[in-house]
Design a protein around this ligand. Structure first.
Ligand code: FCB
Length: 437
């Protein structure tokens, strides 16, 4: 069965930040620090999904999806990240999973979507190797409760973005700006992934995947410095996260780190523990030029000649086909089946005087990207699922509530949900689908 779904993440929608024993996460801390997020927005309330989840599941049933990718808030399950388990936290996710299954919607939980318990950040966060083992223990705690009902698990969401934005540039939690000094945070996340795959399987999990953010890299010119910079970017954004998982080795990192002293014997065997699927999040290609003088080995040259989203991200649907066929060329038989675990766009959606949201741009975006995915499938790439980011307008990290990605509009004053035109479009599209294709 091809999975057609929507995707969300705990910190972006749940709210109820201090309820039922939930611990503090790095995103609570970061978003409450002055100047970290646009207009000082926080996820304290977000979409109040923690209380309104039955309504949100109703919206998904109405849409006709057969899968839902959500994330589990680690600090809800283990307030201090390790040790004591908060029964109310696990109960919440169990109710959600059961209610999804009752509606014929496959639950696809992600175990880590960036909301590390603050108590673990206080021990060094993902720069500390111990966090990898602790993550696997948490994975096993959740799986012991839910593995009998969950068809597909995702360990991590976008370890690249978490490393780059959270530890290299400091624009996401935990707000560290270490540039290439952030590389251990990549390795420890990957090690945590591998250990979690093993822990999940031991607890009876059926299928396990990791979600990577992948981008086709376009050199700004065919001149040697631009080509070299593009290769560096491809290594740091794509290969650093796909090669160890799929091939059991790192690309050549000697230009970025003096020594791989964070890499211990046996780590790569753990990281490359076979997975059942690769989750791919696609938003746009990246055009790269020779470095500016900011300490990074590349510069973002920007893409012109394409429309852009409200975020300013270029809209290049064929980039999805290029990415998928490129993965197949690069990894060949080592590439497992793929799920597109996120794809979507932010728009400046406005509510008309009739109370509707006519987001024609989002409809065009989704239609073109689904078509591009199908071209890749026709070229032999094994894609098994497609998840729209996102079900609801939500807390878009450093951008707060300013970027709206939802199929459903949320009025953050009243929490009123209003399905947009794109929701009706997707509903009609799904009604026309044979779910096997
Ligand atoms: C991805 C994140 C997701 C959301 C989208 C727009 O990088 O995984 O949480 O913010 O971008």
């Amino acid at each position: 069965m091809f999975l057609w779904g929507t995707a969300t993440a705990a910190y972006q929608i749940e709210g109820a930040a201090a309820e039922d024993g939930r611990g503090v996460s790095v995103w609570d801390t970061f978003s409450h620090e002055p100047g970290r997020t646009r207009d000082g927005h926080t996820g304290d309330v977000a979409c109040d999904h923690y209380h309104r989840w039955p309504e949100d599941l109703g919206l998904m049933s109405g849409l006709g999806v057969n899968a839902y990718r959500f994330s589990i808030a680690w600090p809800r399950v283990q307030p201090l990240g390790t040790g004591e388990v908060n029964a109310k936290g696990l109960d919440f996710y169990e109710r959600l999973v059961d209610a999804l299954l009752e509606r014929g919607i496959q639950p696809v939980p992600t175990l880590f979507h960036w909301d590390l318990p603050q108590a673990l950040e206080d021990r060094g966060g993902w720069l500390n190797r111990e966090i990898s083992e602790i993550f696997a223990e948490y994975a096993s705690t959740v799986a012991e409760r839910l593995a009998d009902r969950v068809p597909l698990w995702i360990t991590l969401n976008e370890p690249f973005v978490h490393m780059a934005y959270g530890y290299a540039m400091g624009v996401h939690a935990p707000g560290q700006a270490l540039l290439t000094g952030a590389l251990p945070a990549a390795h420890h996340q990957l090690l945590g992934h591998g250990l979690a795959v093993r822990a999940l399987r031991a607890a009876g999990a059926r299928q396990v995947a990791i979600t990577n953010n992948c981008t086709p890299v376009w050199p700004a010119s065919q001149e040697e410095p631009d080509l070299r910079a593009a290769e560096a970017y491809d290594i740091l954004h794509n290969r650093l996260f796909n090669d160890p998982v799929l091939l059991g080795k790192y690309p050549d990192l000697s230009a970025y780190t003096p020594a791989l002293d964070f890499l211990h014997d046996g780590d790569l065997e753990i990281i490359s523990t076979p997975i059942d699927a690769l989750g791919v999040n696609y938003y746009n290609p990246t055009r790269i030029a020779a470095p500016a003088a900011d300490g990074l080995p590349f510069a973002d040259a920007g893409i012109t000649g394409h429309p852009t989203t409200a975020f300013g991200w270029p809209v290049v649907p064929d980039g999805l086909r290029e990415l998928l066929t490129g993965l197949k060329t690069r990894y060949g038989s080592a590439l497992p089946p793929i799920h597109i675990t996120e794809n979507g766009c932010s728009q400046e959606d406005t509510v008309t005087e009739h109370g509707t949201i006519e987001d024609e741009g989002r409809i065009a975006y989704l239609e073109a990207h689904i078509a591009a995915m199908r071209r890749a499938m026709a070229e032999g790439v094994d894609v098994r699922g497609y998840f729209v980011w996102s079900l609801l307008d939500n807390f878009e990290w450093a951008e707060g509530y300013h970027q709206r990605f939802g199929l459903v509009h949320v009025d953050f004053e009243t929490q009123r949900r209003t399905p947009k035109a794109s929701y009706s479009w997707l509903k009609a599209f799904l009604e026309g689908q044979n779910t096997d294709t």
